[in-house]
Design a protein around this ligand. Structure first.
Ligand SMILES: Nc1nc2c(c(=O)[nH]1)N=C([C@H](O)[C@H](O)COP(=O)(O)OP(=O)(O)OP(=O)(O)O)CN2
Ligand code: ZN
Length: 123
C-alpha cells in the first residue's frame, strides 16, 4: 500500500485588525490581505478506487470554510476574534476535523508577503 498526502488549495480575501503593537500601530487599523488556504489529508489508496479520497470531497470540505472566510471581517467570525495566521489555522482545523477525520495539515499563507503558518495535526 502507498501512503499519500493529498492537498487542496483555495484562495480568499479578508479584512482584519490585530491588537498587537501600541495604539498607533498599523496592525490595529482595519486592513485586508489575500490568503491561500492549503488543506491536506493523509491515507492509503484503497483497492477499489486506487485513491485516498476523491479530490471533489476535499474540495467540498474546504469550500465550506472558504465561504465563511472570503470577504469577511475575520474579527467578527465566531472563534476568530484575534485573527492571526496561527489562529486562522487552528480555526480551520476545528471546522474540518469532524468532516475530514484524516486531516493532517492546514496551512494559511499570504503569498504576497511570503508568509505561511502550517499546523501539523497528529493522528
Ligand atoms: N506570526 C504572525 N505575525 C504577524 C501576523 C500573523 O498573523 N502572525 N500578522 C500580521 C498582520 O496581519 C500584518 O498586517 C501583516 O502585514 P505586514 O507584515 O505589515 O505587511 P503589509 O501589511 O505591509 O503588507 P501588504 O503588502 O501591505 O499587505 C503581522 N505579523
Ligand atoms: Zn494584517
Amino acid at each position: 500500500m502507498t501512503r499519500c498526502l493529498l492537498t487542496k488549495s483555495v484562495t480568499f480575501d479578508a479584512a482584519h485588525q490585530l491588537h498587537q503593537g501600541d495604539e498607533s500601530h498599523p496592525y490595529r487599523r482595519l486592513h485586508g490581505h489575500s490568503f491561500r488556504l492549503d488543506v491536506s489529508i493523509e491515507g492509503e489508496a484503497d483497492d477499489k478506487d486506487q485513491w485516498v479520497a476523491d479530490f471533489a470531497d476535499l474540495s467540498d470540505a474546504i469550500t465550506t470554510v472558504r465561504d465563511v472566510l472570503d470577504h469577511a471581517f475575520l474579527n467578527e467570525v465566531a472563534g476568530l476574534e484575534t485573527p492571526t495566521l496561527e489562529n486562522i489555522s487552528v480555526w480551520v482545523a476545528k471546522q474540518l476535523q469532524p468532516i475530514l477525520p484524516n486531516l493532517c495539515r492546514v496551512a494559511i499563507a499570504r503569498p504576497s508577503l511570503g508568509e505561511t503558518c502550517t499546523l501539523e495535526i497528529k493522528g
